[in-house]
Design a protein around this ligand. Structure first.
Ligand code: ATP
Ligand code: MG
Length: 324
């Protein structure tokens, strides 16, 4: 990991303890309470899942955690320090995220997209990454080495000079992860990282998330694919209509009557079978009454979370561009 041109390491590896502590987070939009007094912690070394039906408030909660929204009530602390509701400061503190609707710079190369994600950790910042002036050559070389490490890590090194828009959908999702990792986070938030992926790509993403965790980065992940969630997570929290219905191990959550009734719509035996390797081919998300698995959502189809990813402005791919 490059240190010469970096600001003090945000978080990266190490200590243990609580990484994220959200307390009483509430988000109201006029008369609608999208998130109701949600408490959630993520500890070092954990992969925590956040599930719930469409419109449950999952993405809104992520937006509150990452400073895109100022929560109506509640607070968010990262490693014991309350975070300001400013996305670039949240990234700098050590939380990185991907978006439900992919947000890359489509006309920049794969490598350049990762370099943009690196700017919070370099003194020269975004402008230097884009201008490539001679003054910044050494710093740039170091940033590029780190970006290449991340492209190796995510399996995209061979595509470094491809334009992001030309990557297949699954690789664009991986590139989002590489870009998020470029800020050297201690916590990575993934909003539907396997949406639109085929089963092989989903499995590869599962391995990638385990590898991220093994690097000392805690993970909080939203997904509709229950097999993915129950295979991956140490703990799962269930949001229904903005409220945390339940939190527990995958074993506990997938057998909870309220979860089955409110979300899965599938008998517990089938849920358990689907979550075992080699279990039922169709996950519970495919059952009647359950939300469609994200893989079934056609790429490019507008979905209910679309509007609150962006807040309607800012260049694609810049989390810091959301709030001045
Ligand atoms: N900016 C906004 N203004 C008004 N209402 C919003 C806004 N963003 C989200 N909502 C509403 O808040 C609720 C929660 O939406 P959110 O996108 O957080 O759900 P979600 O759990 O991420 O759903 P999905 O699984 O479909 O992505 C929905 O009723 C949605 O319509
Ligand atoms: Mg969402």
């Amino acid at each position: 990991m490059t240190t010469h041109t970096t600001t003090p390491a945000a978080t990266g590896t190490g200590e243990g303890g609580t990484v994220l502590e959200a307390t009483g987070v509430t988000m109201r939009f006029g008369g609608l309470t999208a998130v109701k007094s949600v408490d959630l912690t993520v500890n070092s070394g954990e992969i925590v899942g956040l599930i719930g039906p469409n419109g449950a408030g999952k993405t809104t909660f992520f937006n509150c955690l990452t400073g895109l929204y100022v929560p109506t009530e509640g607070r968010v602390a990262y490693r014991g320090t309350v975070l300001p509701s400013r996305s670039h400061l949240v990234t700098q503190a050590g939380i990185a995220r991907t978006f439900q609707n992919i947000r890359l710079f489509p006309n920049m190369t794969v490598l350049e997209n990762v370099l943009v994600g690196r700017h919070t950790r370099t003194r020269e910042g975004l402008l230097a990454a884009l201008l490539r002036g001679p003054r910044f050559k050494k710093a740039e070389a170091e940033s590029e080495a780190r970006a290449m490490e991340l492209l190796e890590f995510t399996g995209l090194a061979g595509k470094r000079d491809h334009l992001a828009r030309n990557l297949p959908y699954g690789e664009q999702r991986k590139l989002e992860i590489a870009r998020a990792l470029a800020s050297d986070p201690g916590l990575l938030l993934l909003d539907e990282p396997t949406a639109g992926m085929n089963p092989q790509e989903t499995l590869a993403t599962q391995e990638l998330v385990f590898a991220v965790r093994d690097q000392g980065i805690a993970v909080l992940v939203i997904e509709h694919d229950m097999r993915f969630i129950f295979n991956l997570c140490d703990r799962v929290a269930v949001l229904v209509q903005g409220e945390k219905l339940l939190e527990g191990t995958p074993e506990v959550v997938q057998r909870d009557e309220r979860v089955i009734a409110a979300y899965l719509g599938t008998p517990p035996e089938e849920v358990a079978a689907a979550s075992r390797p080699g279990g039922a081919e169709d996950g519970p998300g495919a059952a009647d009454g359950a939300p469609a698995t994200t893989a079934e959502r056609p790429t490019g189809t507008p979905d209910p979370g679309a509007r609150n990813d962006t807040g309607g402005h800012g260049p694609a791919g810049t989390e810091g561009g959301e709030k001045a």
